[in-house]
Design a binder for this molecule. Structure first.
Ligand code: LLP
Length: 425
C-alpha cells in the first residue's frame, strides 16, 4: 500500500483523501497515485545511487506529470519508443538525460533521437549499428551509444520478463561473442561515440545475486575491450528490474544495499585491471511508481458458486490491469469504502470483459457481506497497469489522479466515448 495510506472512519485514505471522495469526484475505475510516495522513492534512489545516474524506466508508467516529478527530483529517463520520447520532450525534459532503448527502433525514432540530442542510444543488434551509423553520418552528428549485452544470467522471474538468457530477442550475447563483435563494429564507425555497455536481466527480480553477476560480467567485458582495442569506456548501464512486494510475504531488495554491492563489484573488477571506475547508471521503473499506485473499483455483482467461492465483479478488469491474465501476477485487494466484521469468504476479483480469464485477483478473502456499490482497492498497481492498458471491449481507459496533502488532481484524463470513436472512418 502507498506510504501515506491509512484508514479513517473505516474507509481507506491515500494522500489524505478518502477513497469515497475520489470515487465520487472522479468515477471508477480509477488509478490513484500517491505523489509523496512516488517522489520519496525517486529521492531514495537518488540518495542510494549518489554519484551514479538514475534513469527512471518510463515504460512502467509515463505521463507529463511524472516527467515533471523526475525533473524536480533530479532523475534521468529511459524511453523505449518515439512516443515515450515525445512525452518527455513535450514538457521540456532535457534530452541529454534520456537514454533510448528498443530492439527494433524505427528509422524515424533513431533520426529523432539524433536530431534532438538524446543522451544515449542503446544499440541492440548488428542491423541497428549499421543503421544508426548511416543516419549519424547523414546528419553530421556523433551520438553517444552503448551496446546492450546479454550476459547469460538466469533471472528468476516470469519467462516473458526475463531478458538475460541467449534465447530471447534482446541484446548481443556475451557467450557467443556477439557482444565483442558489436564492439568491433561500433568502434569502426567514427560517427558513433561508444561510451559504454548496457545490461538488463529482467523484471520483478527479488534476488539481487543476478544483478551482481551481470555487473561483474559487464565490467569484465570493459577490461576485455581495453585489452583488445585500447579503448577505455567510461560508463556502465546496469538496467532495472528490482522487484516490489505485491502480496503479504513478498520481499523486495533494499536499494541502498543493492547500490553499494553493485558499486563495489564494478570498482573491484576495474581497479584490479587498472581501469578507471566507470560511471554507473540504473534504470528502475516498477520500484519507483509501483507501490504508490492503487486502482479503485466499484463492485457491480457478486455471485456465489456454492461450495467454491464468490465471484466479485468490478467495473474494470484486464483492460486496466492485464498483469494477472498475462503473467499470473498476484495482487492484494481489500474492501476500501467501509469496514466489515462479516466472515471472510474465499473470493475471486474479476472484471467485466468477455472472457473468463479476465481475473484481477485470483484468490482473496473478502467479507461475505460485500455488495454492489462497495469500493474495492487493488494495491501496488502504479507500474505496468495504466502503461499496458487497452480498450478491449471498447472500455475507456480510466483517469489517473495524483493525491497529496488531502487533495486530488487529475494528471491523465479518463477516456470518453468520443475518445473511443475518434479516428474511425
Ligand atoms: N531498463 C530496461 C532496458 C528494461 O527493459 C526495463 C523493463 C527496465 C529498465 C525497467 O524494469 P523495472 O525496474 O520496471 O522492472 N510489463 C512487465 C514488465 C516489463 C519490463 C520491461 N522492461 C510487467 O508488468 O511485469
Amino acid at each position: 500500500w502507498p506510504r501515506t495510506s491509512t484508514r479513517v472512519d473505516g474507509a481507506l485514505t491515500v494522500g489524505g483523501v478518502d477513497v469515497r471522495d475520489l470515487a465520487r469526484d472522479h468515477g471508477t475505475p480509477l488509478y490513484v497515485i500517491d505523489e509523496d510516495d512516488v517522489r520519496s522513492r525517486m529521492r531514495d534512489y537518488a540518495t542510494a545511487f549518489a554519484g551514479s545516474e538514475v534513469h527512471y524506466a518510463g515504460k512502467a508508467f509515463l505521463c507529463k506529470e511524472i516527467v515533471r516529478w523526475l525533473q524536480d527530483e533530479g532523475l534521468g529517463l529511459d524511453v523505449a519508443s518515439g512516443g515515450e520520447l515525445a512525452v518527455a520532450l513535450s514538457v521540456g525534459f532535457p534530452p541529454e538525460h534520456i537514454t533510448m532503448h528498443g530492439n527494433n527502433k524505427s528509422t524515424a525514432e533513431l533520426s529523432r533521437a539524433i536530431e534532438v540530442g538524446v543522451g544515449h542510444i542503446v544499440l541492440d543488434s548488428y542491423d541497428e549499428i549499421a543503421r544508426l551509423g548511416h543516419l549519424a553520418a547523414e546528419a553530421g552528428k556523433r551520438p553517444k551509444v552503448m551496446i546492450r549485452v546479454t550476459t547469460g544470467v538466469e533471472a528468476h522471474t516470469h519467462e516473458f520478463i526475463a531478458t538475460a538468457h541467449d534465447d530471447q530477442k534482446f541484446g548481443l550475447s556475451l557467450n557467443t561473442g556477439a557482444a565483442a563483435e558489436a564492439v568491433r563494429r561500433v568502434l569502426a564507425l567514427p560517427q558513433l561515440e561508444l561510451v559504454g555497455l548496457h545490461s538488463h536481466i529482467g523484471s520483478q527480480i527479488v534476488d539481487t545475486a543476478g544483478f551482481e553477476v551481470a555487473a561483474r560480467r559487464l565490467a569484465g567485458l570493459l577490461v576485455q575491450i581495453k585489452d583488445e582495442h585500447g579503448a577505455v569506456l567510461p560508463e556502465l548501464d546496469l538496467g532495472g528490474g528490482y522487484g516490489i512486494a505485491y502480496v503479504e510475504g513478498d520481499t523486495a531488495p533494499d536499494i541502498k544495499v543493492l547500490a553499494d554491492g553493485l558499486r563495489e563489484i564494478v570498482t573491484n573488477v576495474c581497479r584490479e585491471a587498472g581501469l578507471p571506475v566507470p560511471r554507473l547508471t540504473v534504470e528502475p521503473g516498477r520500484t519507483i511508481v509501483g507501490p504508490g499506485g492503487i486502482t479503485l473499483y466499484e463492485v457491480g455483482t457478486v455471485k456465489d458458486v456454492e461450495g467454491l467461492r464468490s465471484y466479485v465483479s468490478v467495473d474494470g478488469g484486464m483492460s486496466d490491469n492485464v498483469r494477472t491474465a498475462l503473467y499470473g501476477a498476484e495482487y492484494t485487494t481489500v474492501l476500501a469504502s467501509r469496514e466489515s466484521r462479516a466472515e471472510p469468504m474465499l473470493s475471486r476479483l474479476v472484471g467485466k470483459h468477455c472472457e473468463s480469464g479476465d481475473i484481477l485477483v485470483r484468490d482473496v478473502h473478502l467479507p461475505a457481506d460485500l455488495a454492489p456499490g462497495d469500493l474495492v482497492a487493488v494495491a501496488a498497481t502504479g507500474a505496468y497497469c495504466r502503461a499496458l492498458a487497452s480498450n478491449y471491449n471498447y472500455l475507456p481507459k480510466p483517469a489517473v489522479v495524483a493525491v497529496s496533502g488531502g487533495a486530488s488532481r487529475v494528471i491523465v484524463r479518463g477516456e470518453t466515448e468520443d475518445d473511443l470513436l475518434r479516428g474511425q472512418l
